[in-house]
Design a protein around this ligand. Structure first.
Ligand code: PEP
Length: 246
């Protein structure tokens, strides 16, 4: 699976031709599952364009509440109204810039699952944490908070994105070996609760995936695809990454 996180980029003028190229190429024969996560305001238009293309739609965030007086927020049910299958939960930019805690992320994950969406749960360590040798304990804490809240069975319909914070938008990609080590650790952690979930869940890597490094990342045993930020804004680069995920 390859998911595009467009973040707060683009306007109708730029996303229309980008989307058209992705749809055309998918239909010409890309085997990997593709998901596009645009800003909320473009969900309606993109949902219509993706109809019957085999490409899935995702949102970048959702509220931790089902409905009510939460100005500016968007609920899981609203996202379902626009045919979203996926929603990114706990992206490091939301954790860092908007103060999303592990608990809040766990609540959002629970709301996504309850609302019929497949969460793409982002977890990952800061550079200082890696350098201090704390990567595994950080990943375990982020993961366990969600398991404690929703139970392991909720992961049967979830995707995990391992995104080392030091690799996001920095041009510094984790080496395939660094990424694989943590992907395997995540799978093992899930297997403590449920072997089948651990075996079947998709664990994708995110952090400066580019056309030139996607293939070697995707050949690793526990890397099941990618969550792509910057490179997903360029159709040729993104499509090369999608082809690499065959
Ligand atoms: C992301 O935003 O999830 C991401 C991985 O960004 P980039 O590919 O730009 O590092």
């Amino acid at each position: 699976m390859v998911a595009a996180n467009w973040k707060m980029n683009g306007t109708l003028v730029t996303i229309r031709p980008l989307l058209k190229k992705i749809i055309d190429e998918k239909q010409a024969g890309i085997r990997a599952e593709i998901a596009i996560c645009p800003p909320f305001v473009y969900l309606d238009e993109i949902s219509r364009q993706l109809d019957a293309t085999g490409i899935f739609l995702g949102a970048q965030n959702l509220s931790q509440h089902e409905s009510g007086a939460y100005t500016g927020e968007v609920s899981a049910k609203m996202l379902r109204d626009y045919n979203c299958r996926y929603v990114i939960v706990g992206h490091s930019e939301r954790r860092t810039l908007y103060g999303e805690t592990d608990e809040l992320v766990a609540n959002k994950f629970a709301c996504a699952v309850a609302g019929g969406l497949t969460p793409i749960l982002c977890i990952g360590e800061y550079l200082e944490e890696r350098e201090a040798g704390d990567t595994e304990s950080v990943i375990a804490r982020q993961l366990d908070t969600v398991i404690d809240k929703s139970g392991i069975s909720a992961f049967a319909n979830a995707v995990i994105a391992y995104e080392p914070v030091w690799a996001i938008g920095t041009g510094k990609t984790a080496t395939p070996e660094q990424a694989e080590e943590i992907h395997a650790f995540i799978r093992l952690r899930l297997a403590r609760h449920d072997d089948k979930v651990a075996d079947t869940i998709r664990i994708v890597y995110g952090g400066s995936i580019k056309a030139i490094n996607a293939e070697e990342l995707f050949t690793m045993a526990d890397i099941d695809g990618g969550l792509v930020g910057g490179a997903s804004l360029n159709a040729d680069d993104f499509l090369t990454i999608c082809h690499a995920a065959r």
